[in-house]
Write a protein that binds this ligand. Structure first.
Ligand SMILES: CSC[C@H](NC(=O)[C@H](Cc1ccccc1)NC(=O)N1CCOCC1)C(=O)N[C@@H](CC1CCCCC1)[C@@H](O)C(=O)OC(C)C
Length: 327
């Protein structure tokens, strides 16, 4: 029951990656998010003003739909967006991986950011089921439901830079998708995230600075959010860079040459190409950085700007771990 599904960038800046997911034959474009654990969809139960532009799941058209009466969900994400609604189970298919009895959370309310993000029909959470928001009983993620039917209890992310489709694979590690060896690191699941301790960083050709960085691997976060020491060291090497409070982050002249950022994962040095760190135009001739400060978040986030430079293994075996390889 292994599967592989394309992850298509939603816009020119790879702000999110969307994957086709079919629920009893109804196909929606969902954002696979290793930073949360709810599978929720835009639905016909939303007010019509909030439905516009989205593909909607209609449970009344599903023969395998089973409502879980009295069950509810309510989620708020790191960027303050959120959604809530009711719950049922259905057959969910991602590439070749199909599971029955999967909890599908129907949105009856979504925040404005979701309404305006019309390419996004919901999220498929791939963090640990311990942080699923369904009450009175937390539900399993798609990965947890599928795990026992996979060749091995893993999924991999091979996201691409600038408008190229990548893939999420379930159940197998495709050796054609990476080069060299895979470096594995332990994961601390206490907060429900794919959380690990990074071993340090280097800017451009500078020397490696050993430092413990408490970070999560989060496919649902666009950028890299790291400690101020890293951010300051990085932008010191970018002429004209400065923190622009009106933009809410570091910007620099779009013509600037950006150094690579190396992030240590155990003994492995993961290199993020400098051009990945020119995230998008900000205003005038300034561009917005793909590396920003994690202050106020509580941990660092190695988001899509980092993940798309690597081949990443999310190993859900009894001792969960993360694997990284160059590609
Ligand atoms: C610092 S945490 C912020 C993070 N959000 C993000 O990273 C959003 C994702 C997005 C992309 C396109 C359209 C709409 C939203 N991007 C964002 O804030 N950007 C502002 C800076 O420029 C880059 C784009 C976040 O909340 N991630 C969520 C999933 C996300 C998916 C898209 C819809 C909104 C929710 C999740 O991974 C999460 O909450 O992680 C926690 C653990 C930090």
């Amino acid at each position: 029951n292994d599967g592989s599904v394309t992850a298509s960038p939603e816009d020119a800046y790879d702000s999110e990656y969307l994957c086709p997911v079919s629920i009893d034959g109804q196909t929606l474009a969902l954002d696979f998010d290793t930073g949360s654990a709810d599978l929720w969809v835009f639905s016909t139960s939303l007010p019509s003003s909030e439905q516009k532009g989205h593909t909607l799941f209609d449970p009344s058209k599903s023969t395998n739909w089973k409502a879980l009466s009295g069950y509810k969900w309510n989620i708020t994400y790191g960027d303050g967006s959120g959604a809530s609604g009711t719950v049922g189970t259905d057959v969910v298919t991602v590439g070749g991986t199909s599971v029955s009895g999967q909890a599908v959370e129907i949105a009856t309310k979504v925040s404005s950011a979701f309404v305006s993000d019309t390419a996004n029909d919901g999220l498929l959470g791939l963090a640990f089921s311990s942080i699923n928001t369904v009450t009175p009983k937390a539900q399993h993620t798609f990965f947890d439901t599928a795990k026992s039917s996979l060749s091995s209890p893993v999924f991999t992310a091979d996201l691409k830079h600038r408008q190229l489709p990548g893939t999420y694979d379930f159940g197998t590690i495709d050796s054609s998708k990476y080069t060299g060896t895979i470096t594995y690191i332990d994961v601390d699941t206490a907060n429900g995230f794919w959380e690990f301790t990074g071993s340090g960083y280097a800017v451009g050709s500078g020397s490696f600075v050993s430092s413990s960085i408490d970070a999560i691997a989060d496919t649902g976060t666009t950028l890299i959010y790291v400690p101020d020491a890293v951010v300051t060291a990085y932008y010191k090497q970018v002429s004209g860079a400065s923190y622009d409070s009106s933009q809410g982050g570091y910007t620099f002249p779009c013509s600037a040459t950006l150094p690579n950022l190396t992030l240590g994962i155990g003994s492995y040095h993961a290199v993020v190409p400098g051009q990945y760190i020119n995230y998008s135009p900000a205003s005038g001739s300034k561009c917005f950085g793909g590396v920003q400060s994690d202050s106020g978040i509580g941990f660092s986030i190695y988001g899509d700007v980092f993940l798309k430079s690597q081949f990443v293994i999310f190993d859900g075996s009894s001792t969960p771990r993360l694997g990284f390889a160059a590609k």
